[in-house]
Design a protein around this ligand. Structure first.
Ligand code: ATR
Length: 278
């Protein structure tokens, strides 16, 4: 058999990444001859690391924390969705040798919510917690679907307002601070879906989210995932949500979308999702 086409995920730290396992399973399932490794790249080695990987025949890269924004300046071109998200999670070496940045996180989340969890997000009231890089990518994809309501709440209101204004051409987003959510006069009502896009859980803590955002009608979705229950999922269950899920499904779906960009074959994610925790 000929040499496999080389792919990898870059991040720092990277040792817990599940992407190599996921892409290996996709490769086996589709019969595509690929290799996929995890490369630990501290920020100061980012440029040299990417250049080296491509020079050695690399065809594509996934990008994870903390490099999703930093890699933008190294791209020769960007897809519209990566431009809008202001972050890159997929790099492709095009036929002319140039590097294109794309972002499959938003579509990965939407696919998990609709195809896997069976949600009718068009008819939902959705609250996204956080206004950093992770929130920006998914808000653009959710805004495109024009749900009944799409709200972005953040500790620092000005960042939520900034995203609201930047994405105004795509769809309507309302912005609140956490404090404003608890204000009775604000009458925020019941949310069908609350998505945690803050990085607070990464430190093992849950942010001081307002308790009134979760009711027995609310599905809570954490963009973070862990072999143990994430702090947000624990918090959501304690506050009586209908269901709380971690972002494993989004991880698999964004990977499938990257695989599709690179190989022009869409893997079936069912078996891979079944192998991961829920
Ligand atoms: P990422 O790329 O993971 O989104 P980021 O751009 O640094 O990282 O954004 C982190 C997000 O988590 C922000 O929304 C941040 O809130 P602020 O904009 O107010 O800083 C949020 N966040 C992080 N730690 C938090 C905490 N302890 N409480 C509340 N929000 C927190």
């Amino acid at each position: 058999m000929s040499e496999p086409d080389k792919y990898a995920v870059i991040g720092h730290p990277i040792n817990h990444s599940k992407s190599p396992v996921i892409h290996k399973l996709f490769g086996e399932q589709t019969g595509e001859n690929i290799s996929y490794e995890a490369i630990d790249l501290p920020t100061e080695e980012l440029h040299a690391g990417i250049t080296r990987f491509i020079a050695l025949g690399g065809r594509g890269l996934n990008v994870t924390v903390p490099h999703k924004q930093d890699v933008i300046e190294l791209m020769d071109s960007m897809t519209l969705r990566a431009e809008v998200a202001g972050a890159v999670n997929t790099i492709t070496k095009l036929e002319d040798g140039s590097l294109q940045g794309d972002n499959t996180d938003g579509i990965g989340l939407v696919t998990d919510l609709t195809a896997n969890l069976g949600l009718d997000i068009e008819n939902m009231r959705i609250l996204v917690l956080g206004a950093g890089g992770a929130a920006r990518g998914i808000l653009a994809s959710l805004a495109e679907i024009r749900p009944d309501e799409l709200m972005c709440a953040n500790r620092r209101l000005e960042r939520a307002l900034e995203i609201r204004d930047e994405l105004a051409d795509i769809g309507r987003i309302s912005a609140r601070s956490f404090e404003e959510l608890t204000d009775e006069e604000a009458e925020v009502g019941v949310f069908d879906l609350v998505i945690n896009a803050t990085s607070a859980g990464l430190e093992g803590n849950v942010a001081p989210f307002p308790e009134n955002i979760v009711t027995a009608e609310t599905l809570c979705y954490d963009l973070s995932y862990s072999m143990r229950e994430t702090p947000f999922v624990t918090w959501a269950k304690e506050h009586g949500c209908k269901q709380a899920v971690q972002g494993w499904g989004m991880l698999v779906e964004q990977a499938a979308e990257s695989f599709y960009i690179w190989r022009d074959i869409r893997p079936d994610t069912t078996d891979v999702r079944a192998k991961l925790p829920t």
